[in-house]
Unconditional design. Structure first.
Length: 230
């Protein structure tokens, strides 16, 4: 796979995670090694990957995800299956994504590896935008690189933040020091059933490029809603 193919086919994999093929530790190390090539503020990598393989701990993390998904998120206005989009084609994509998100809630209990990317050294609760952007900007590129490296090795991932509604509980399960380490993203990691994935439907480049400054005629993003808004 060349770079463009990896970049355009790294999907949120939920229904095609194979729980029956164990992911070797060596592959996880390779993905992390590549992830650490991402930029980091002050050239100080603060990204940490908590790789959860222990069955009891995995189950506890998956239970927390399910609890939030089923008791808060699925009933909320922000549930992906309830978000209004223009056009039948886009609506069909949203319906499919909702079915897929529902499937992940179940799949998380089956996959052998869950990875939680963390920011080590600071919590951003109430931090100024400059601090948040600088600190998160040191973790998000590495986390996405991890996922791209995984895709190039036949592994599937799915970026999620749902569990952060109960971040402290997950920190307790995994012994993560909540006061100084902020969890940023949780992903399953598993071989995919089949390796063929395609590009997703996305806005045209021209819709999101603001040439020479902000262009108010370009489509605005929708307001933030759902449990992440509170
Ligand atoms: C910040 C962020 C948070 C997300 N949280 C969740 C989540 O909690 N659960 C989930 O199933 N998917 C989650 N997703 C995955 C998105 O739903 C997914 O990226 C989107 O549907 C596009 O998927 P595609 O790239 O396969 O088209 C999240 C993605 C991002 C970037």
């Amino acid at each position: 796979m060349d770079a463009d193919e990896v970049l355009s086919t790294t999907r949120a994999v939920r229904k095609r995670l194979d729980p029956d093929r164990e992911v070797p530790e060596s592959l996880i190390r390779e993905c992390v090694t590549l992830a650490l090539q991402a930029p980091a503020g002050s050239n100080l990598p603060r990204t940490r990957f908590v790789v959860v393989r222990d069955p009891a701990r995995r189950a506890a993390v998956a239970d927390i995800y399910s609890d939030i998904y089923l008791s808060s998120y699925r009933a909320s206005a922000g549930y992906i299956g309830r978000v209004e989009v223009a056009g039948e084609e886009a609506a069909e994509v949203q319906r499919r994504t909702a079915g897929s998100a529902d499937a992940l809630e179940r799949a998380l209990h089956e996959v052998g590896t869950i990875v939680i990317a963390c920011l080590d050294g600071v919590r951003l609760d109430g931090s100024p935008a400059f601090t948040s952007a600088s600190m998160l900007g040191g973790v998000l590129p590495a986390t996405w690189s991890f996922m791209l490296a995984a895709r190039a090795r036949g592994l599937g991932t799915c970026w999620t933040t749902m569990h952060l509604a109960r971040e402290k509980d997950v920190a307790e399960v995994l012994g993560i020091p909540y006061e100084s380490v902020q969890q940023v993203c949780l992903t399953p990691l598993a071989f995919t059933r089949g390796e063929k994935f395609g590009p997703a439907r996305r806005p045209e480049a021209e819709q999101v490029i603001h040439w020479d400054g902000w262009d108010a005629t370009k489509p605005a993003a929708p307001p933030v809603s759902g449990i992440a808004a509170s």
